[in-house]
Ligand binder design. Structure first.
Ligand code: ADP
Length: 462
């Protein structure tokens, strides 16, 4: 079950507030009740002292007449709503109001027998709410007396009742305010998310670059929207690359097809001599070969992009592979009067996809021969570098200007469009070289001097 985030936030807010309010109420109530009881106990204790002094004074005045002195003291203490009683031992001898409560007698007895001279206790019920009692033992001329003062808890209970009432009434109010506050707060904090979701719903592949605008939002949401916008921008770039790739691929496919159709149209236009047909077919064959190569390249790159390209890794000697590649391009090099030199320091074993690496070397050699004028030189060098393999293909060709060097690994990029097309390239060779190197955890670097030559360095992890 999905729950609304806003409801959850409100519920947590409410729970927290309730707990806080309840603990605060309990704490406040406890503190107040303790303070009220402490004050009452102090009052009781001072009333006991006063009553004892009065009793002592009356006893001296009435020359030891205990009942009369007690009665006199009791009547003097009877001014307030307080019960005062005097006991000899634990036997009541006078009180300012009639009482007959076993619990009061028990406290008097306890005070007379206890080690402590004064006992304070609460008894209930006494009247309606109970009472607080203080009893003190004292002696006059060798006789033991207990003086007991009891005061109703009515006023304390009344005060506490009012506080309880206020807290009970305040609780729903606080909950209401907290719930409402929590809901409003959650709504306000989540508003940018709603706004973001609404904007995100309107984003399609056509307006990816528009991104999200959430205005002056909190930092956390800004981080979210920024990350989302970065994601959109990456997606936008991928979409653009894909669109360009499809457009470029269609464009490249159109040219050889147009040549094939043109040649076929011309050949079929009217009867021709066998030599002319042969020539047309040779052109068609050439273009068909180019088409096959282009489609192979496209397929490989598409597979690589989709991550479906599995390397068939095996161990082989890289130096042998280089020699083989040099032999393959030898004919084209000789035709252009270009010398190819292959330097390798001996057996160098490597684990990788031999077919793909052959492709990498051939692409580099092919370019080197294509972009080197007759009479030039192409050299391939293999060496070990900090445990890795370093493969360098250098030529003494036309070189690559710095602003072209930045783009040559891009798909369909051709340095000099017209010349390169004439040379038979599609601008995919180096993208494939880089992809093969990277799929072997390697890198390709370029250093070139226009007019002097170019060196491609491939570093392969071993
Ligand atoms: P192409 O099929 O056009 O050769 P590549 O991807 O192999 O495509 O190369 C991209 C561009 O890089 C080429 O069009 C060319 O301008 C430049 N380039 C590649 N290799 C060399 C080189 N050895 N010397 C000079 N320019 C080169």
């Amino acid at each position: 079950m999905t729950k609304s985030f806003r409801q959850q936030l409100t519920a947590w807010y409410l729970l927290l507030f309730t707990l806080l309010f309840l603990s605060f109420s309990v704490f406040l109530y406890g503190l107040l009740s303790r303070a009220l009881y402490q004050r009452l106990d102090l009052t009781l204790s001072s009333e006991v002292s006063t009553a004892v002094e009065i009793f002592r004074g009356e006893l001296a005045e009435l020359h030891g007449d205990v009942p009369a002195a007690a009665a006199e003291a009791m009547s003097e203490m009877g001014i307030r709503d307080v019960l005062v009683a005097v006991f000899e031992g634990s036997k009541p001898i006078a009180s300012n109001a009639p009482f007959d409560r076993p619990d009061l007698l028990a406290i008097a007895a306890q005070a007379s027998a206890s080690d402590r001279p004064e006992i304070v206790a609460t008894i209930r019920p006494f009247g309606k709410v109970g009472s607080r009692v203080a009893a003190r033992r004292f002696a006059i001329e060798g006789r033991q007396y207990v003086l007991l003062v009891a005061e109703s808890l009515h006023s304390i209970e009344g005060d506490l009742w009012i506080v309880r009432r206020v807290l009970y009434l305040a609780l729903p109010l606080v909950l209401l305010v907290a719930g409402l506050g929590g809901f409003l707060l959650a709504t306000k904090s989540l508003a940018p998310l709603r706004w973001m979701a609404e904007q995100a719903r309107n984003i399609t592949d056509k307006n990816l670059e528009a991104g999200l605008d959430i205005g002056p939002a909190h930092e956390e949401l800004r981080v979210l929207s920024d990350s989302f916008n970065e994601l959109l921008s990456r997606l936008h770039q991928s979409f653009e690359t894909m669109r360009r790739f499809v457009a470029d691929a269609s464009h490249e496919l159109r040219t050889p097809l147009a040549v094939i159709r043109g040649e076929a149209d011309v050949a079929l236009d009217h009867d021709r001599r066998p030599a002319e047909y042969k020539e047309s077919l040779a052109i068609i064959q050439d273009e068909a070969r180019r088409l096959t190569r282009l489609i192979d390249d496209l397929l490989n790159l598409a597979r690589a992009d989709a991550g479906h390209m599995n390397l068939s890794v095996e161990e082989f000697y890289m130096n042998d592979l280089l020699v083989e590649c040099c032999r393959t391009v030898q004919r084209a090099a000789v035709a252009k009067n270009i010398g190819v030199e292959c330097q390798s320091p001996g057996d160098m074993a490597y684990r990788g996809d031999q077919e793909l690496l052959r492709r990498l070397v051939l692409n580099l050699l092919d370019n080197a021969i294509r972009y080197t004028p007759p009479g030039g030189k192409v050299s391939v060098r293999l060496e070990a570098a900090n445990g890795d393999l370093r493969l360098q293909v250098s030529d003494t060709g036309i070189g690559i200007p710095p602003d072209a060097a930045r783009h040559i690994f891009e798909r369909f990029y051709r340095g000099d469009q017209a010349r390169s097309r004439q040379n038979g390239g599609f601008g995919l060779g180096l993208s494939i070289v880089r992809w093969i190197a990277e799929s072997h955890n390697g890198t390709v670097e370029l250093s070139s001097e226009p007019g002097a030559g170019t060196t491609f360095t491939v570093l392969l992890e071993r």
